[in-house]
Design a protein around this ligand. Sequence first.
Ligand code: GLY
Length: 364
Amino acid sequence: MINQKFIVNLKNHSYPIHIGSKIFQSNDILSPASKGDRILVVTDTIISPIWKKIVLDFFLTNDMVVNEFILLSGEQYKNLHSVEMLLSFLLKNAYDRNTILVALGGGVIGDLVGFVASIYQRGIRFIQIPTTLLSQVDASIGGKTGVNHIDGKNMIGSFWQPISVITNVDFLFTLPYAQLVSGLAEIIKYAISFDYGFFEWLEKNIYQVLSLDLKSILYCINKCCILKSKIVTLDERENNCRMFLNFGHTFGHAIESYFEYLHWLHGESISVGMVIAIKISEKIGLLDSCQSNRMINLIQYSGLPISPPYDMSPQSYFPYILRDKKNSGGKIRIILPTSIGSVKIFDDFDRNVILSVIKSCWKK
Ligand code: GLY
């Protein structure tokens, strides 16, 4: 058994992240929940048959009262309808304010369950048990919760921190390969945005990560969790540096929303979004072609897409870009890389530059 622990430091609501293998053999991961608590494990139709037993048994053997609620799997179900179903289940079964919701799944389940936890009876506790690489390195940490709207990704939501995150790397062994690759997009985002050394390490070790070598995967998850928790500690509500974590997301969210959350995985969209941002940086002289090629090569070697969808015209990005949550006063705000290991916020960005770069990457 491997069980590493560190703390996300926040004023009134710090919490532990446990990362390991065979982690449910350890009772150390229980706190701050305790014996007798009423738990509702919320998961989806894909995760439930594979992993629910191990998780439910863990809570049962710790004398908790446990039930399960299963949602349909997929980003297209991360919406207000699913929120309402879960709220109705909680009310009909008289779950009270001491209930703990457990989000067992990827980013969709984590975001949705966190959102319900933030509004049910004005807020109840929840635990994140992320099952995808993407949610283990990014989505489960930092308390962003919410659901999608047909007109925009994550447009309805709240900041609501979990009471703990339990990351079991063994979940990754049953993850479809496309989902694993999708998770790499967020890992590469952390390297490009914050850490040249990590970027170099990924260039050398990407295949070990993709083949789920335990030491390499644990290194990546730890690295991203440390980088993310530092940022969240500095700027929980995304007023400044947390926006760096949105590198690639302005354009990626446009792609996901345009295809109604059906055809492009989050990491795939973010990957193309990062390539567009990198090319904008190169166009305006922030990056030389050598740096930009290195970034795009790493993205491509990981198996991630680097070209925008041919069936989405360059103009179609703009309704989504103009509604992006980072914008202020009707002006476009984007995050661009300035070197390998650093990104910057750019305000009132020229839409013609964006359009010309998307056009240049777009092949019909
Ligand atoms: N996934 C970006 C953030 O949590 O801020």
